[in-house]
Every structure is written in structure tokens, then in C-alpha cells.
Design a protein around this ligand. Sequence first.
Ligand code: ATP
Ligand code: MG
Length: 574
Amino acid sequence: MTSTPESNPRQDQNERSEEPARSLNFIEQIIEDDAKSGRFGNRVHTRFPPEPNGYLHVGHAKAIILSYGIAKQYGGLFNLRFDDTNPSKEDVEYVESIKEDVKWLGADWQDRLFFASDYFEQMYEYAVQLIKKGKAYVCDLTAEQIRETRGTATVPGTPSPYRDRSVEENLDLFKRMRDGEFPDGSKTLRAKIDMASPNFNLRDPVMYRILHTPHHRQGTKWSIYPMYDWAHGLEDSIEGITHSICTLEFEHHRPLYDWFLNELGVYHPQQIEFARLNLTYTVMSKRKLLELVKNNYVDGWDDPRMPTICGLRRRGFTPESLRIFCKTIGVAKFNSTIEATVLENAVREDLNKKALRRMAVLDPIKLVIDNYPEGQTEKLVAVNNPENEADGVREVSFSKTLYIEREDFMEDAPKKYYRLSPGREVRLRYAYYVTCKSCVKDADGNVVEVHCEYDPETRGGQSADGRRVQGTIHWVDTQTAIDAEVRLYDRLFNVPNPDDPDNLGDYKDYLNPESLKVVKGAKLEAALADASLDDRFQFERIGYFTLDKTATKDAPVFNRTVSLRDSWSKVAKK
Ligand code: ATP
Ligand code: MG
């Protein structure tokens, strides 16, 4: 916290100028080209296809905002589809959390919530079609053997000894695979493509594997489960998706996506790849996030330090702030890592417009106004949000004894210290000018009370004689203050790339021990007693805060979303 020279203190000022017309990004370009050629009859239909095996993170938010945004922009439709083709790691808990997160982000799937597992029967029929065409076969090689016979970049793969099974035999074996006759891993159904293809994905990829594992929606109905590459294009095709937007690692899978759909001769969406989001000072792999939760490095999936959507929500991020973030970073065809500050600035930009200003003292000491009448209290008018007049004003109570921040007083202060120090005058925000007279110390020499005198002619923080003060500080009336716990969150890791393989240690070695600082006994202005979970606040001079889900009326808890970028002084000097 720094000093606050006189002038209208407006924090985090960030006026967005009217944006110039922007050129199309590569995805919009494809869509507009398709519209011109009439390829999809002018339809735009996108989807978000999460696997219900974890909580969504900010990378998924980017994918959701992108796919939903494209649909909306072109008057199209958007589906939410659970890609629940792998029964072993999936869970209904994840399904529910994902729905909540997608809804919160504002991506509206209307009545189009789908589960890939509902298409298992149809996928099976499609597989039978490929077998009949001589384009798929049952292979008895183990997963290990399949890997060993795949070849290398320079050496073609070796054809499976089962590659030339007759159609009849394949149909029979495939049916018996489905009927559960064979143990896990003993057979697969493979596409018969090209063992010498330069693209490994086309070297007879596995379409089905045997897995005697119950499915969270299908129960024990299936003993075979489709592989991602086989299933995904079919799901898109069945749903009539036009543009299937996915991350870059699927680029080399697109020829397979296209091959399956072409061989089946079914409706054929366009897969488009974009670069996944990477962010500094965090990790985004589901495995690592799960490890952080399971081993209690954090306090659950929605720990406000997590990059999960529920974590960001609990921390006070808004859906709009994530949209601003996505707009800022755009979409690209090459992978890069975005600075954490870009995300932090996005939430500041949004909260600056929305957050109600309140006063809160995190490290309180008492300020006694010696010449203020004992027992008197008064109500002063405070602006709720200088960025939005419609938010109006509120009354804050004022009396002889206030709380101020410990660091807003210094006994022997340097010249440029524009806060309280004996002989110096400051403005108490929305209240009066006060001049510091003295302080009281305890036996150990710690300041426990600051004494001052106020100028009754400066009510509202304006002096009648045009006298100026250098600093403005915030305060809370001891008569009406509420006690609260305040949680100051910081970045979860203390290096920009915690999972960089070149790091010496494990990513967990880089956890930031200072990522959470709990402040007990903060003093808040009375209006904050009415806070609800959806409210966003700016504690003046401190940062943006929101009520935590664990808060009760008697024991309020506030989370810091993000600190303020600028102190008042910096803004005021512009
Ligand atoms: P995994 O497949 O390893 O379980 P995943 O993060 O890819 O993990 P999915 O549920 O498959 O999880 O993701 C759903 C969609 O979100 C996919 O289309 C994927 O491309 C997209 N996605 C995942 N991570 C990111 C990211 N970091 N940035 C942008 N999009 C992402
Ligand atoms: Mg995935």
C-alpha cells in the first residue's frame, strides 16, 4: 500500500478505446470460406467435448469460449458433449462439475447435452460396415506387440499376421468381442489403412479394445470400448457438427478423422486445430491437478489458487473476465505460453468496472481523534463505484476512534511519506482532514494507537480554504466494524514454468509457500456484512475481493481475487 496524493482517486483506470475493425482469425476465415462455398449450407454448429475425467481448467475455458463464441457469432448452435468413451477414469462427479462450469461461462447448449456413450450402438454398426468393406480387422496382437510392430519414422511398420482375416471371421470375432467372450487386451479391432504411412496414426490404428469395466452410464452392457480417434469423428458426424475445433495435438490425427468418415461415406465435419493455452506460474495437466488435490497440496479442486474454473470462480473471477482474457490472447496455430499477468489484468479490467468500493483494514491499529466529541457518531457519504454512477452511494459511520492500516503511520517518516506521521496532515477517505499529533506504544515499543486532530471544516474530505493534502488513507469506524478473515492468494508456483522438463526438480518442488496468507482479525466497514457470494468488491487501496463459500454471517471470509495494479498515487499522477 502506498500513499495517495490529492485528486480524484480512481483506481485501475483502464478505459478501453473503441476497437478498430479487426481482421478475421484463421478459424473465422475457414468458417467464412465454408459459408461462401456453401459447404455446410451456411450452418455453423460447434461443440465442446470434455472427457468427464477431471475438473475443467482455464485452458478448457478457452476452448469453450472459442467454440461457443464462434457458434454465437455466426448465429449457429453449440453442443456440450461428454466424450465418455473410456470407462476407467470417468465419474459422474466430473459430469456435474463440468456442466456447472460450462453454464457459468455462459456457453448455452440449450437442449443439446449429449453423451458419446449413447452412440456406442451406432458406432458398433459403423465398425461392422468397415469390416464388411474389408477396411477393419480383428487383431490378436497385444498392445505391446502392436507398439513394437508400428515401425519408426524411417522404417515402415510390420503388417499384423491377422491383417488378412476374412470378412466373415472378422465379423464373428468382433461380435464375440462385444459379447464378452475374450479377456481384456486379448484382441483389438484395427482399421486397415497403411502400415507404411509416414503418419503413424494411419498405421492400422486400433478402433476398439476389450475392457470388462462397467461404464458410468452404460453399466456392464459393453465389453469393448471405442478409441478416441475412431469415436470422435463419428460423434461430430452424428451430431451434425460443422466445425470441430480442437487443440493442435490432434492435427496429425485429422487424416484419420477424415479417413474414417470418408470410408463410411457419412456426413463429414471439418476439424480445425488451434494452440492450447499454457499459462505461467501454474500447471494445467489433469494428472498434476489431481495430484495436487489428492495429496492435499491445495484445498480441493476449487482451491482459489487452482487454475480450475471452479477455483477461479471461488477466487472471484467472473465469466466476463475470462472472455476478456480469451479475447486478449486470441487464437493461434502455434503453441506459446501466456503470462499470468495477462489473466490477472483481464480480471482487473472487468472488476474495475463492476466491483463495489469498500473500506477494509487488514492490519489494524487505532486512530484516535482527540478533538472529536466523545460519544458522537455521524454518517458520511461514500461513492460505491466511481466507474459506474448507477451503483450510487452508501453511508459509512464515523466516530472518535477508527481503525487504520498499521503501515499508514510512521513515527520517523521520510519526506516523501504521504501518510500519517507526527505533524503531517492527510485526508481520511470520504471524511475529514486529520493532522497526526502523537502515538502510544506498548512496553515493547510497538505503536498501538495513533492520535490526531481533525478539521471540522473539511467534512467529506474537501477543505473550504483550498488547502491541499498529499495523501488519502482509508479507515473503518471501530463502532461498527465487522471482524473478518481475509485470504490473500498469490501464484501457486514460484517459477514461471513449473513443469518445464528442463527443471531440476519435480513440479511440486516449485510450489509457492507464500501462495496463501491468511489474515485474521481484519476490520471491515459495516456494509460488507451484507455481502453475498456473487458480489465483487474492491477494498480501496488493497485489491479485489469476494466472499468465500465457507463464510457465515458470524464469521465472514473474503478471498483476494487479485491485488490492484496501481496505487492511487500512480494513477493520480497521470
Ligand atoms: P485428457 O484428454 O488428457 O484427459 P484434456 O485436457 O485434453 O485432457 P479433454 O476433456 O479431452 O481434456 O478436453 C476437452 C477439450 O478441451 C478438448 O477439445 C481439448 O482440446 C480442450 N483443451 C484441453 N486443454 C486445453 C488447453 N490447455 N487449452 C485449450 N483447449 C484445451
Ligand atoms: Mg483430451
